[in-house]
Design a protein around this ligand. Structure first.
Ligand SMILES: Nc1ncnc2c1ncn2[C@@H]1O[C@H](COP(=O)(O)OP(=O)(O)O)[C@@H](O)[C@H]1O
Ligand SMILES: CC(=O)OP(=O)(O)O
Ligand SMILES: [Mg+2]
Length: 406
């Protein structure tokens, strides 16, 4: 069975096509700058050279039609026809309290994703557009939604409730949901497999630090606490998101700068974080380069980012009364030896000790980077949200074919 996985953002669509008989990637790629005349499709068929194509792609339906066309292109494609796509899985960021696992998409599921737009304004609209675009191009195909929030549904109330009047929870479901769950679950599962210790006997702290960033305390294989909250804004400092701030800053800023609700939301989601502190750099690679050239604002941005991450690790060590493994993943976690070293060297009181050579080694593989005598294992695990989504999609599609037709 061939499963196509789609991760639709506001202006991009990433895709991977899996052959689920052996979980191999047949092709992957992305469409960027949707809505512009210079949109770019990058397509990487397995074992062949990458192709780049610039053209006008004004909406997600067109972007997905382009993806389907290149997958079946006689020269660059990997499928004979669209009948060879058997199911499509989507990453959906917010699933609220409704979904604690992946589900087959029907009208009700689409309505629920839409109802949650307000809580994930940077993410849920793109996901629904992706689902509708697949529907428009492949009307009868089985589609499955995998939610970033699902893995975190195991959190206890002590972690997920906010200390505000309970009417907000009872009436509006205001609580911590947590995100990047598919990634936190995947990397914790890999560490358990690789270290040969059952998940239900381990305590881990997983750091998904990419453009969006979150930390999770995983106790016995279940999410116990996580740094993102009602929306993907809480917690760590991110590329353009503030993470934790004094909530009183919101009314204060609205009052002093005469900002509307939308403006203050945009200020915290799109104009804060690394971007704000560094004075215009939202990308960790640029921050590190500028800091090394003596840019003080970039150095402060790096220091704050690292400090805030380390404080969360300390908090979760206390939350779980100790832990066995610290795991780094996503763009920064997988690639920045400097960030990992800065964090780990300052956690020596917990018994964290890096193997500097292993930490510096550049490979794209799962690897342990702690010293043999470190009390805590430190791992770098490249995340693979797409594979997790493909597995769930495959399972749902197989279940569907086994159900008696009505
Ligand atoms: N070698 C590197 N050193 C430091 N940061 C890196 C490196 N490579 C990638 N990054 C950072 O990773 C971030 C993007 O992470 P990624 O997980 O791809 O994000 P997204 O949330 O968009 O999927 C960017 O800030 C980028 O600068
Ligand atoms: C939930 C979230 O922040 O996702 P991303 O890292 O893709 O922005
Ligand atoms: Mg990401």
């Amino acid at each position: 069975m061939n499963v196509l996985v789609i991760n639709a953002g506001s202006s991009s669509v990433k895709y991977q096509l899996f052959d689920m008989t052996n979980e191999t990637v047949m092709a992957k790629g992305k469409v960027e700058r949707i809505g512009m005349e210079t949109a770019m499709l990058t397509h990487e068929p397995a074992g062949k050279l990458e192709i780049r194509e610039v053209s006008e792609i004004l909406d997600h339906t067109t972007a997905i039609r382009k993806v389907l066309r290149i997958l079946t292109d006689p020269k660059e494609g990997v499928l004979r026809s669209l009948h060879d796509v058997h199911a499509v899985g989507h990453r959906v960021v917010h699933g609220g309290e409704t979904f604690s696992g992946s589900v087959r998409i029907d009208e009700g599921v689409k309505q629920e994703i839409k109802r949650l737009f307000d809580l994930a304004p940077l993410h849920n609209p793109g996901a629904l557009t992706g689902i509708l675009a697949v529907e428009a191009n492949l009307p009868h195909i089985t589609q499955v939604a995998a939610f970033d929030t699902a893995f975190h549904q195991t959190m206890p109330p002590v972690s997920f409730r906010y200390p505000i009047p309970s009417v907000f929870y009872k009436k509006h479901r205001v609580r911590r949901y947590g995100f990047h769950g598919t990634s936190h679950q995947y990397v914790s599962g890999r560490v358990s497999e690789l270290s040969g210790r059952p998940l239900d006997q381990m305590k881990m702290i997983t750091c998904h630090i990419g453009n969006g960033a979150s930390v999770t305390a995983i106790m016995n294989g279940k999410s116990f606490d996580t740094s993102m909250g009602l929306t993907p804004l809480e917690g760590l400092m991110m590329g353009t998101r503030s993470g934790d701030i004094d909530p009183a800053i919101v009314p204060f800023a609205m009052d002093k700068e005469d900002l509307s609700l939308n403006e203050v939301n945009s200020m915290l989601n799109r104009h804060s974080g690394l971007f704000a502190v560094s004075g215009g750099l939202g990308d960790m690679r640029e921050i590190i380069e500028a800091a090394q050239e003596g840019d003080r604002n970039a150095q402060l941005a790096f220091d704050m980012y690292e400090y805030r991450l380390r404080k969360y690790i300390g908090a979760y060590a206390a939350a779980m009364n100790g832990f066995d493994a610290l795991v780094f993943t996503a763009g920064v976690g997988e690639n920045s030896a400097l960030l990992r070293k800065t964090v780990c060297d300052r956690l020596s009181f917990l018994g964290v000790k890096l193997d500097d050579e292993a930490n510096e080694r550049r490979t794209g593989d799962d690897r342990i980077v702690s010293a043999a005598d470190s009390r805590i294992e430190v791992w770098v695990i490249p995340t693979n949200e797409e594979l997790m989504i493909a597995r769930d999609t495959f399972r749902e599609a197989v279940n569907e074919t086994m159900q008696p037709s009505t």
